[in-house]
Design a binder for this molecule. Sequence first.
Ligand code: GLC
Length: 394
Amino acid sequence: MKQSNLTWWQEARFGMFIHWGVYSIPGRGEWLFYQEHFPVEEYAQLAQQFNPMHYDPHEWIAVAKDAGMKYIVLTTRHHDGFCLFDSKVSDFTAPKTGAGRDLIAEFVEACRAEKMKFGFYYSLMDWRFPGTRPHLPVQPDSTYVSAVEQAHAQIRELCTNYGPIDILWYDGMHPGKPELWRSEQLNAMVRQLQPNILINNRAGTPEDFGTPENVITPESRPWEACYTMNRTWGYARYDRNYKSAIEIVRLLTTCVAENGNLLLNIGPDGEGRFPIESVEILRHVGCWMRMNAEAIYGAGMAPFGAPALGVASRKGNNVYLLIQRWPGSTVPLAWCGSKVKSARLLSTGQFARIEQTGDRVWLHALPEYPPDPIMSVIELAFDGEPRASSPAYC
Ligand code: GLC
């Protein structure tokens, strides 16, 4: 993988994940088929009802942009096998059922028009083939073989029919053996068809980035934590358990401070509408992002910070203190091996008075109470690359 392909993605830091399919109609999450043990034919009827009149990818993109998200990853098909795209090797697709249109083509066209980077999520397992269901043992003659063939054919379609794609986001590799899915061969084909694509690690080969799920476990290579906004990926009408804007900004800043990305999920309803709660929360996140963008985009791990108060990021000659626990009018920090030139609150532009003794620093004359209700950020500027006084600190 060429580093240049990763550059935009690592600078972007914040993306939107969208789980959407026929399971969004009943609204009991994306594992419905499996959890409620649907017969294949009965589940297939949902596709006839799937005609999302409110689907407008331009609106989705507008919400993502307003929240400061720089790319969108959409489920082209989930574990139920239903494709939002046109496929010659399956009839269980949006164009051939209720919707009568290629919803991925519309998404791609909108992303291109709005200059939004995008990715395709694709589930390898397809529960219509019992050989790919999680609890069944793998038989040499089991139906997973046809599922593997179908996956190879559909990945080829996705990589051929929609122009350049930024990301391929695999999921659901069951049986869990890359040899059975012929993952290396699959990815060689993808890279040939899409030379600039980024591929995640979930087809069982390491590829370009790691994907911790609902947890932040930093990796030494590029990584992206994916998180639900409530408790479910697909739309669940009963799930009002939303994370607040504060929690989301904490997740994002924790990722950035560890050189990672955050891919935050939304589950639109069966009509294609984002739940209003998600939109409202993202609006608050967006307000925060507009004021504090410098601390996020293109930023990564800082050499020192104020760990008792929050996390820190660094970009160029600046360190950003991302303060979750505001200490009052003086902010202390230590292990600072460079001379602080200036310290400024990003939300108000106010400068602090700096006192520095060796590697200990006090930022005075700041507000008594947190100046930003979501998270207050102080930008420390240095003349050169900021360094810790002791390498042991990091
Ligand atoms: C899991 C779940 C799936 C979800 C995914 C997102 O693999 O099976 O429903 O799409 O995680 O990371």
